[in-house]
Design a protein around this ligand. Sequence first.
Ligand SMILES: C[S@@+](CC[C@H](N)C(=O)[O-])C[C@H]1O[C@@H](n2cnc3c(N)ncnc32)[C@H](O)[C@@H]1O
Length: 264
Amino acid sequence: RRCRVKVSSLCRRALNWALGLVQGRACVRSTHAFVFSNCTHGKVDSVLQTFDLYAETRPSLSIGPETGEALDDVVRRVRPSRALELGTHCGYSSVRLLRLLPPAGRLITVELDPLAAELGEEIILVAGFKHSQVLTSPSAEAIPALRSRPGPDQRGGGGFELVLMDHDPRQYLPDLLALERDELLCRSGCSVLLVNRRRRAEDLGEVLDHIRARAGRCCSIRTELPFMVEIFYQKENTETEGRSVGGTSEVGMKLFRLGRARCG
Ligand SMILES: C[S@@+](CC[C@H](N)C(=O)[O-])C[C@H]1O[C@@H](n2cnc3c(N)ncnc32)[C@H](O)[C@@H]1O
């Protein structure tokens, strides 16, 4: 009987895995088809509204308006000239990010699934953005390769000023450590956004425990919402002065402003 239970549990897991694969692909195809044929090409607001319209009646992997608005607030505050996204899917969050970047701003977005990468890239072009780069690769391979990639704008010593992680929560901590190790986070200030789709504290537990254990040494949790957490990373100043970063104190804010000015 024990053997039968094990086999049936294995079968169920295999079936769920296969269903996830099929649904994921179907989702990206049907999202793309709907947005492509119903939006006004070249109009970024129309592209986003069409994504939202699709999500009203069908399952969708786009971050949607609620998380989208929280993302907009961070992008408006940080004003990154170099942004990285992990998890492109059909390009909703890429388009949301791109529309708020300054004219010289650039986005690199990484997607594991070749079909999603291709369709996502097309939607980004439909929205009118020609200068973003979609890399088709698992994040763990893309990150080390980014190091040798000449940035479009290396002022401020390079590194991303904003990173959006919306790929696989199990990869959030290893990818954050890899970005730091490869010096891809802007030393004078970088906001790393972690999307928490299931809104379960345990999904981000590992990475947040790591940040809390290091609080005051290069990184801290800046904002914690049920669906998204912002980590603020800053290497300059904190190394020499050993003070907490991204906090709300006068000193913290002063360092933050200084960091932003240098990054520009
Ligand atoms: C939730 S969707 C992203 C949705 C997108 N941010 C949006 O709002 O439109 C997650 C995407 O991450 C991709 N993904 C999962 N693990 C990945 C990894 N390790 N590296 C790169 N992409 C990954 C999946 O293929 C999927 O397309």
